[in-house]
Write a protein that binds this ligand. Sequence first.
Ligand code: 9D3
Length: 248
Amino acid sequence: MIFDILTLFPGMITAPLQESILGRAADQGLLQVRAHNLRDWAEGRHLTTDDTPYGGGDGMVMKPEPVARAIAALKKQSPDARVLLMSPQGQPFSQQHAHRLAAEPGLIFLCGRYEGFDERIRQSMVDEEFSIGDYVLTGGELPAMVMIDAIARYLPGVLGNASSAATDSFSDGLLEYPQYTRPAVFEGMEVPKVLLSGDHGKIAAWRRRQQLLRTLRRRPDLLDGARLTEEDLRVLAELRSQQTMSDD
Ligand code: 9D3
C-alpha cells in the first residue's frame, strides 16, 4: 500500500518509519511512505499556504487551492486513494479503523499546522477526518504516523506469525496477562509458582484470569465490547465480589 502524506514539514515523517518492522516491510515493497511538501503546490512570491480567517480571529487558516492541487496530483498516481484529514475534531482513531483502512488501495493523509483548514477542504476533498485522542499536539504529522503504524501491521506479510495482528490482545478486547522470564527471583520478587508448574491447563486458566483482573481494574470500559465465554463471566463475577483487589 502507498501512504502519501501532505505536510509543511516532510522532514518529520520518514526516518521513524524506516526502522524496525515497518522499515523491513518497506524494503520488501509491502508498503511505501511518501512525504510531500504542500508548499510545492503553493503559488505567488511567498508560496503562501495559509491566510487570515474571514470574520476575524486569531491564527491562520489553511488555504484550499494548494491542498486541492496537491490532492489532484497525488490522485493521478493513486486514483482510488482515500483522503484522510488529521484534526482534533476528527473521529477518534481506533483498532477497527486500522483494520478497515488496511484494505484500501492507498491513503492520503492531510496534515495541518494552523488553527484550522478552510471548511471547503472538508466539503470537497476529504473522505474522513481523524483525531488520535484528546490531547493537543502541534500538528497532524505524528497522528498520521501513528495511524500508518497501526494500519501497516494489518498488511499481508508485514508481521510474522508470532506477532500476528489477529492474535493481538485487542482482538479479544482484553488487556494482556503479566509476563515473566528468568531469573525466577529478581530482587526478592518471585515469578508466580503456577508458571513454573508445567501444567499448561492451569497456566492458561491463570493467564485468562489475570487478563480479566487487569481489564477490570484498569480498563473496565473494555469489558462491554470484549468476547467473553461463560467461564470468563463466572471468573469476572468472582473477581468483582472480591473487592479487596488482591493480586490473584
Ligand atoms: C484552538 C483550538 N485548537 C484545537 C484544540 C487548535 C488546534 C490545536 C492543535 C488545531 C490543531 C492543532 C494541531 N493538532 C492536530 O493537527 C491534530 C491532532 C491533535 O492535536 N491531537 C490529536 N489528534 C490530532 S490529529 C491532528
